[in-house]
Design a protein around this ligand. Structure first.
Ligand SMILES: Cc1cc2nc3c(=O)[nH]c(=O)nc-3n(C[C@H](O)[C@H](O)[C@H](O)COP(=O)(O)OP(=O)(O)OC[C@H]3O[C@@H](n4cnc5c(N)ncnc54)[C@H](O)[C@@H]3O)c2cc1C
Length: 158
């Protein structure tokens, strides 16, 4: 069995199955990162209350649950041949768990110009922390509904 993604979904599935299936089965977890990251800690990082090292755990520790960890990037899933292709090789499977999460592309938001900050990914959370540390004051954009009520935005057409 192979689990793709060493985040919340992949780790829980692989860990549970590795333990439950026992030594007659092979469970392999693949992630491009060597560590699991706890995303719910990102807002704490933006405030300087936690560092990246506080929010990560080494995925090789899953060996205790009979899970083999491969630090590699998934490039293709061949469902007909039941093979996962990675940058460095191929991993056959009988059953597959896909839990590869998401990635953001704020650069695709029209008018962004590098000014949009968020805490949905670690690198973005650290950029937000830096921006907040340099912030000397200013206004904040109100939510669209509030801006409409104040007349700053036109009312929605029905
Ligand atoms: C700021 C924040 C706060 C949150 N708070 C909560 C909360 O309080 N409660 C809650 O239930 N949920 C919360 N969530 C949501 C929760 O973290 C996600 O729903 C959950 O992590 C999704 O799990 P996942 O396994 O699908 O993906 P992820 O946890 O994102 O894991 C995906 C993994 O796949 C790997 N990967 C991606 N592509 C490849 C590839 N091609 N090859 C190899 N590896 C790859 C990534 O490196 C990553 O490790 C929060 C999320 C954020 C960002």
């Amino acid at each position: 069995m192979a689990a793709l993604g060493g985040g919340s979904g992949g780790v829980v599935a692989a860990s549970h199955l590795g333990h439950a299936l026992g030594k007659d089965h092979n469970v392999t977890l693949i992630d491009q990162r060597p560590t699991r990251v706890f995303q719910s800690s990102y807002p704490w990082m933006t405030m300087g209350r936690q560092e990246p090292a506080d929010t990560t755990r080494d995925l090789t520790a899953l060996g205790k649950r009979r899970v083999r960890f491969l630090n590699d990037r998934v490039t293709f899933i061949d469902t007909e041949r039941r093979v996962v292709e990675t940058l460095r090789g191929r991993v056959p499977y009988d059953r597959l768990v896909i839990s590869l999460g998401f990635e953001t592309h704020a650069e695709d938001v029209p008018g962004n110009h590098g000014a949009v900050h968020h805490a949905w990914e670690m690198a973005a959370a650290l950029r937000l922390r830096d921006a907040l540390s340099r912030f000397e004051g200013g206004g904040a954009s109100p939510p669209a509904s509030q801006a409409r009520r104040s007349g700053a935005l036109p009312a929605r057409s029905r």
